[in-house]
Design a binder for this molecule. Structure first.
Ligand SMILES: [Mg+2]
Length: 407
């Protein structure tokens, strides 16, 4: 099988209400933005994937990628991984493209990707992952109303200027919601963005004190308490912490995460396949977590397509009983805009996500929505690439390159 066509799109889905992500303090997010890729094979099979974006920063990506990907076999994942790595030499990492090849493989075999990976269909509990910092009293109300809709597990964000305010949040929320719900806290210190507000970074002392406050308030896990590359700090924190420490949502795949496992940075590893080297590398992380007796529960906060990609990996990990991160912050970050180009992903009245059985990654692109929210900025085909090479290198060189590639 060969990839014969690539399309890249900028997607901008306007939110009805502005979203204020804690991971970019002070920044009003008005759109759900991502880059969408569509690969087509010589058999006419389509593979899709998406990579979260700030804007249209990937405008020039097609020019770089076309020559690497056109003609490649999408079922040869080692080769695809290697090509994406080669194309990333300028520092432009695009692991989010690899899942499109799994989408093709699943469709070619008539199976969902999680089955290709050895998993089976099962219902999974969704945990409600908030994305904003709300006053404790408001957060309590929100949790109580979501509990009435079936949610049992929630993740708060801690991103106040002072330690005291961060502690006050978990104290008041725990007091307000009672012992019933399971609570986690995400400090989002891994990727500390200061383009608007400058919130001071946590150091090991503050993280350690906060982990103890988490234990005092029945918090199950503390997420990303230090910089994503502070392996030694994270390992020291994990050793001393009375609650589970989690992270690695942004780390670049196996090469980084294997070091984190060796240093024992976390109780729970949360690689997102759209950042962490694609499905194949997260698969390696899951296997390593089994060997090291560590847990796996992926980050999913990008968009609906990214959610499906990570959902496949959880379904592939038989016996994984972790609830799955379900991004939700009403009224701004809600299924209609979060999932955008695909049918909204909705848990049932007990917050269970029922498995999909559609071949491939499991979602279907809504062509009407694609037309409405996406703008194609790159298209390349086998023929188009051949003409480009002839134009740039001359006919003789183009024929020679073709011969060598095929030989
Ligand atoms: Mg997180």
């Amino acid at each position: 099988m060969k990839i014969t066509e690539i399309e890249l799109y900028h997607v901008h889905i306007p939110l009805k209400h502005t979203f204020w992500p804690t991971w970019i303090p002070g920044y009003p997010q008005t759109h759900n933005r991502f880059t969408l890729i569509r690969l087509v094979t010589d058999d006419g099979i389509e593979g899709w994937s998406a990579g979260t974006a700030m804007g249209e920063e990937r405008q020039g990506l097609g020019d770089l990628l076309g020559g690497y990907i056109i003609g490649a076999d999408p079922t040869d994942i080692d080769r695809i991984q290697s090509l994406l790595k080669q194309a990333g030499y300028l520092g432009w990492l695009n692991p989010w493209i690899e899942p499109a090849c799994w989408d093709i493989m699943g469709k070619a075999q008539g199976k969902p990707v999680y089955e290709l990976l050895g998993g089976e269909a099962r219902a999974i509990e969704a945990y409600c992952s908030f994305g904003e910092l709300h006053e404790p009293a408001r957060r309590v109300e929100e949790i109580l109303s979501l509990m009435a809709r079936g949610f049992k597990t929630f993740k708060l964000r801690a991103k106040a200027k002072t330690f005291a305010e961060d502690v006050q949040l978990i104290e008041e929320v725990r007091k307000g919601v009672g012992d019933g719900p399971t609570l986690g806290v995400d400090a989002n210190q891994g990727w500390l963005v200061s383009i608007v507000d400058r919130i001071p970074a946590w150091d090991l002392n503050r993280a350690g004190d906060y982990a103890r406050a988490c234990a005092d308030n029945g918090i199950e896990w503390l997420e990303e308490p230090l910089d994503w590359h502070d392996y030694d700090g994270l390992a020291a924190l994990k050793k001393a912490s009375p609650v589970k420490i989690s992270g690695a949502e942004l780390n670049h795949g196996w090469d980084e995460i294997k070091v984190m496992l060796e240093k024992d940075c976390f109780h729970v590893y949360q690689p997102d396949a759209t950042f962490a080297g694609g499905i194949a590398q997260v698969r390696q992380v899951i296997d390593a977590c089994h060997r090291h007796d560590r847990e796996y529960s992926p980050h999913t906060w990008t968009n609906g397509i990214g959610f499906y990609i990570n959902w496949n990996l959880v379904l592939a990990d038989r016996g994984n009983t972790h609830p799955l991160e379900y991004p939700l912050e009403e009224p701004s970050w809600v299924p209609e805009f979060r999932d955008g180009l695909i049918a909204p992903i909705l848990p049932d009245k007990n917050a269970m996500l029922w498995p999909f059985t559609r071949p491939g990654l499991g979602f279907e692109i809504d062509r009407k929505m694609l037309k409405k929210y996406a703008r194609r900025f790159y298209r390349q085909t086998t023929r188009g690439l051949a003409f480009k090479v002839i134009r740039e290198k001359g006919l003789k060189a183009a024929l020679e390159i073709k011969k060598r590639k095929e030989g």
